[in-house]
Design a protein around this ligand. Structure first.
Ligand code: PBG
Length: 334
């Protein structure tokens, strides 16, 4: 190389990266507290928060502590929470009957939060996995080798109306049964809940990244991973995800969701380009835990990796992100 090598360039993109001021001026994507939805685990009783071993920093909360957490989140600018009950194993059965118990844990949690912190937007998962002994999202067929789609939808419809009656703002069917969004919309309307919205887990993949969540809600089985591949999407399939998103939109979903988020940025981007509805992405338990684990080993910088992971999801096209980092991110961004 000659000493004084000099390019003659019209375009020098680095000019706009020279100072912090210039970099801030040309930044295209910005995270803000209102981008986040905090998933929260709730348990019965009055016990102390129960740390989830595979999710450092995440605990299951009793209803009173849940209300306090919602108050704190709202103060930090986080507008919404997604509630996940962990049921006592004795309440579970083959059919998930506890899901329709009018005084069930998640219904009491919805009522408590909406009463104490009415400005907090509350959404709940609509699926049977917290309630079934087998951990599947619906009820089994007679042969017990698959889920009974239509019978499951019938139960989810009733569950949605119960949640709406308790005051939930958005129901989020996460079961991936065919036709459930339309059936839930019709049932909500017929029961007078035309203002209760639906955030559809539209493209939900059969992912290994749900592992820590299944510990958190007690649906993991000793005998190995729970195979949900007859209803959740094959991680290999892009076009099929777009079909699912289009169906949920046509059936009346108010918000579409892609899940997991980080490994599926291409799907987020493509759904974003095909719909005008708001789009959510779920940075799931395994995405959270792998960042925490690497940070604990000293292999990754927690703050920077956390920020980059969320920024990338928003840059791909998500309008809102469900993330276990919601509270600490909102506190940092304020
Ligand atoms: C259950 C449900 C799951 C998650 C949200 N709702 C797990 C599953 O489908 O097995 C996963 C969330 C996470 O991993 O953070 N319907």
């Amino acid at each position: 190389m000659p000493e004084k090598f000099k390019l003659s360039l019209v375009h020098r993109p680095r000019r706009l990266r020279r100072t912090a001021g210039l970099r801030a001026m040309v930044q295209e994507t910005v995270l803000r507290p209102a981008d986040f939805i905090a998933p929260l685990f709730v348990v019965d009783g009055k016990g102390a928060p129960e740390p989830v071993p595979s999710m450092p920093g995440v605990s299951r909360l009793n209803v009173a502590d849940l209300v306090k957490e919602c108050r704190a989140l709202l103060k930090l600018g986080v507008p919404a929470v997604a509630l996940f009950p962990k049921l006592d194993a004795r309440l579970k059965d083959d059919e998930g009957t506890a899901a329709l118990n009018e005084d069930g844990l998640v219904l009491r949690a919805i009522r408590a939060v909406k009463k104490a912190v009415p400005a907090m937007t509350v959404m709940t998962d609509i699926a049977l996995d917290p309630y079934t002994t087998h951990g599947h999202d619906g009820v089994l067929t007679a042969g017990r080798d698959d889920l009974d789609n239509d019978r499951t939808v019938g139960i989810l419809v009733e569950m949605s109306v119960l949640h709406a009656r308790a005051g939930v703002d958005l129901v989020a069917p996460s079961d991936m049964m065919d036709g459930r969004v339309g059936a839930i919309r019709r049932a909500l309307d017929a029961a007078g809940f035309d203002q209760t919205g639906i955030m559809a887990y539209a493209a939900k993949f059969a992912s290994a990244y749900y592992g820590p969540f299944r510990d958190a809600v007690g649906t993991s089985r000793g005998g190995g991973p729970l195979d949900k591949s007859t209803y959740q999407l094959n991680p290999a399939n892009r076009r099929e995800a777009l079909i699912e998103a289009a169906l949920d939109e046509a059936e009346g979903a108010d918000i579409l969701m892609v899940k997991p988020a980080g490994p599926y940025l291409d799907i987020i981007r493509e759904v974003r380009q095909r719909t005008r509805k708001p789009l959510a992405a779920y940075q799931v338990s395994g995405e959270y835990s792998q960042i925490q684990a690497a940070a604990r080993l000293g292999w990754l910088d927690l703050a920077r990796t956390r920020h980059e992971s969320l920024l990338s999801i928003k840059r791909a096209g998500a309008d809102m992100i469900l993330t276990y980092f919601a509270r600490e991110m909102a506190a940092l961004l304020r």
